[in-house]
Design a protein around this ligand. Structure first.
Ligand code: URA
Length: 262
């Protein structure tokens, strides 16, 4: 049983937390506590500004609506100079897709084609990704596609931990805005970073992880599959698991036939 002094301390701490939440809401001009979120939420702290140590990101108010919030984040990303990747980029690759998407795909970082066009997954890996989506009856317009870093790492090297950390508030804010049901991490850097788990990709796939209330699945990066076609069969299993999770969450309705099974 807790001692009375522990209970008093706990109440004092809860009261401080509540006071800071109310202050943030008052600063945003809100006079009531927000209603329960409509769907799955990614756990983020109730602050209006995220301090990365490299510059602040302003979280747009929740009453703006998803499209306007995403646009506000996009504008901030366009001007971002929080890490060294900003120096050599041609375009910031913020993300693309429907703001009502219930599935979000997260890749590693832009390559040359993406850096030139400003859109994620438009090169050969992107074409394979489109085909992978088509095999489960989906079009890239139905999902949202983002990366863990929004600027191209030189010579397509893996993003460094400090670059990932500098960009993470943007990804968190995108996920918090979209509130997807399912996230599919494409490749090791995305999976390890989202799950904060350094195990190899082989140990992270075939499992339905949780990121807050959101289901998170892991599969091979399409660029890896282009180099290692023998792993496509395993990626196909991952996509079947994705479909199973989507069906269980009502994202794609009950498919009439489990046609993806042999
Ligand atoms: N690879 C990625 O991880 N992301 C892209 O946008 C393109 C290639």
């Amino acid at each position: 049983m807790k001692r009375p002094s522990d209970v008093t301390q706990e109440i004092a701490s809860l009261s401080r937390d509540l006071t800071s939440v109310l202050k943030v809401l008052a600063d945003r001009g809100e006079s009531a506590l927000p209603a329960e979120p409509e769907s799955a939420a990614v756990a983020v702290s109730p602050v209006a500004v995220v301090e990365t140590g490299m510059g602040e990101i302003e979280l747009p108010p929740t009453d703006l609506g998803k499209e306007a919030r995403m646009e506000s984040l996009r504008q901030q990303a366009m001007e971002c100079r929080r890490c060294r990747l900003a120096k050599e980029r041609q375009k910031v690759v913020f993300g693309v897709g429907s703001s009502s998407a219930r599935v979000v795909l997260v890749g590693e970082g832009p390559g040359a084609n993406e850096d030139r066009t400003g859109e994620p997954f438009v090169g050969r890996a992107g074409q394979l990704l489109n085909r992978m989506l088509a095999t489960i009856g989906m079009d890239r317009k139905e999902v949202y596609i983002a990366n863990i870093v929004k600027c191209r790492p030189p010579r397509n090297r893996d993003p460094e931990p400090d670059e990932i950390a500098a960009c993470r508030p943007f990804l968190d804010a995108q996920l918090e805005t979209l509130r997807p049901e399912v996230i599919l991490a494409l490749g090791r850097p995305a999976a390890q970073s989202l799950l904060n788990d350094q195990r190899p990709l082989g140990q992270l796939r075939s499992v339905v992880h949780k990121l807050g209330k959101v289901a998170l699945l892991v599969t091979y990066h399409p660029a890896f599959l282009l180099r290692n076609p023998a792993r496509k069969a395993a990626a196909w299993e991952d996509l079947q698991l994705l479909v199973d999770v989507m069906v269980s969450k009502g994202v794609c309705g009950a498919l009439p036939e489990p046609w993806w099974r042999p």
